[in-house]
Design a protein around this ligand. Structure first.
Ligand SMILES: [Zn+2]
Length: 89
């Protein structure tokens, strides 16, 4: 699991477009505590779903101006952050 600080670094490196709804450029990572990003799951009950499990775990980011929500794959981001950390060892 990534910390809020690791996600802030990841998003500042990868995300460059403003909010798709209002054009604002300030976003917040949704957390349970100050440093623990919330674990939001997308459920899928379709038998032909492409997922191998019934849910997909996500990080949640909201626009500070209008509240628009974006979801990002935890598995994908955790893998990228882990790979980046190993590059710097
Ligand atoms: Zn917005």
């Amino acid at each position: 699991m990534a910390t809020k600080k690791q996600l802030e670094i990841f998003f500042s490196d990868k995300i460059h477009n403003p909010c798709p709804r209002c054009g604002h450029r300030s976003f917040s990572i949704v957390t349970e505590t100050d440093e623990t990003p919330v674990d939001f799951a997308i459920l899928s009950h379709k038998e032909d779903a492409i997922f191998t499990s019934p849910y997909m775990s996500c990080y949640m980011v909201t626009c500070d101006n209008c509240g628009y929500i974006d979801l990002f794959s935890r598995a994908f981001i955790n893998q990228k952050i882990q790979a980046t950390g190993e590059d710097h060892k």
